[in-house]
Design a binder for this molecule. Structure first.
Ligand SMILES: Nc1ncnc2c1ncn2[C@@H]1O[C@H](COP(=O)(O)OP(=O)(O)OP(=O)(O)O)[C@@H](O)[C@H]1O
Ligand SMILES: NC(=O)c1ccc[n+]([C@@H]2O[C@H](COP(=O)(O)O)[C@@H](O)[C@H]2O)c1
Length: 353
């Protein structure tokens, strides 16, 4: 039985603690009164998108045609019909500023993963780096986060997370991944309808936990989404720059989580993977996504154009262009920020002589 959520404003029974919810076009509000003990979950007509929680249903609501719910008695049948692994994509970077190409990375990665037939991508997260990264020309994180949010307004599955950017000091990417991984598990563990996720009250891992004590298997909790790092080939190749990345971090990223890498012109990623023992060992966990419509938009070139007073329209979403104009964000002065600073990872990892 399917019950269409539209017209909006329908009262729903939630799978979260038997509370009732009111569905509006953009959100589902939780209400305190308990209406029923029935467990419900949301799905689209084709059963290709299933939400077992209010949080996940938010994503489905981005497209009004996806708003259906079913009683949990159908859950077993649906689980049999969809054996794909849920994946959440996490992109870490400066986003200085966010460009249309950054958003394209997500679309390309999702198409690729769906075409394998093995994965369903449920969410994309953009995590702008904190100011402590000290990259030349890096403007304040609050502006980069704001622009990323404006850019994502048109997406029903990619969101921005400001946690990394709010940390006092720069964080290794592996710690950002651990944080989001942990969050996904804690959301999963609270979902009553998610029968595949084993409850594990000792899940909370400190961000500094060493990879030795972390199981090198992403299927630790069957049915829970996998978190994969989404990047361009230049980021993957930066693994080879001395003192930029720790070997054990690379091992944890590719061994435990996995990488989705969009190939960029001028990068020979296959060869790079072949040359690296760690990457070669975990090559099955590194997905190389060819960019069939090459697009060389780069944030560096965008900043350069802005300094010269040239138009960057259609390279960035209009809302981002307007934001940059309003706050006069990029000029020769901003490009000199951190000009004399050492990039934080290099500073941290370079042995003192
Ligand atoms: N045109 C592109 N093709 C493929 N990947 C890209 C492209 N532009 C950016 N990326 C990827 O997006 C992620 C975030 O990018 P980030 O903002 O850190 O750098 P960038 O866009 O390359 O900026 P810059 O030009 O300042 O180096 C990185 O993984 C980067 O490899
Ligand atoms: N050791 C590490 O974890 C490490 C090293 C260098 C860059 N990074 C990350 O990679 C991304 C690179 O961004 P840029 O391409 O803009 O420099 C940033 O999110 C940065 O934090 C991580």
């Amino acid at each position: 039985m399917y019950v269409c959520l539209r017209p909006l404003g329908v009262l729903l029974y939630s799978s979260l603690g038997g509370k009732s919810c009111v569905v509006t076009r953009n959100r589902i509000e939780r209400h305190t009164s308990t209406v029923t003990n029935d467990r419900l979950f949301w799905a689209n007509k084709e059963n290709t998108a299933v939400a077992r929680s209010v949080e996940q249903a938010h994503q489905l609501l981005g497209s009004p045609d996806l708003c259906y719910w079913k009683p949990s008695s159908c859950l077993n049948d649906m689980d049999k019909s969809d054996t794909r692994t849920s994946v959440v994509l996490l992109a870490c970077g400066s986003f200085n500023p966010i460009t249309n190409m950054h958003l394209r990375l997500f679309e390309l990665a999702r198409d690729y993963l769906h075409e394998t037939g093995k994965y369903k991508v449920t969410k994309g997260i953009i995590s702008p780096v904190g100011d402590g990264y000290k990259k030349k020309g890096l403007i304040d994180a609050c502006h980069r986060v704001e622009m990323a949010k404006l850019a994502c307004a048109s997406s029903d599955w990619v969101t921005v997370d400001s946690w990394e950017s709010q940390q006092k000091e720069w964080l290794e990417t592996v710690k950002v991944i651990r944080y989001h991984h942990e969050r996904l598990f804690s959301i999963g563990n609270h979902e009553e309808g998610n029968h595949n996720v084993k409850k594990n009250r000792k899940r909370k891992l400190p961000l500094n936990e060493s990879p030795d004590s972390v199981k090198m298997s992403s299927n630790e909790h069957k049915g829970a989404p996998e978190l994969k790092l989404l990047c361009g080939a230049d980021l993957l190749e930066s693994f080879g720059i001395p003192n930029l990345w720790k070997e054990k971090d690379i091992m944890e990223i590719v061994g435990k989580h996995g990488l989705i890498c969009i190939t960029r012109a001028g990068c020979n990623v296959q060869n790079f993977i072949y040359q690296s023992d760690i990457l070669w060992t975990h090559r099955n966990n590194i997905h190389l996504v060819p960019e069939w419509i090459p697009n060389e938009i780069s944030a560096t070139k965008v900043r350069q154009a802005l300094r010269r007073g040239q138009s960057v329209r259609y390279l960035l979403p209009d809302s981002v262009v307007k934001y940059i104009d309003k706050y006069e964000l990029y000029n020769s002065e901003s490009e000199e920020k951190n000009a004399n600073a050492v990039l934080e990872p290099l500073k941290r990892n370079t042995p003192k002589s």
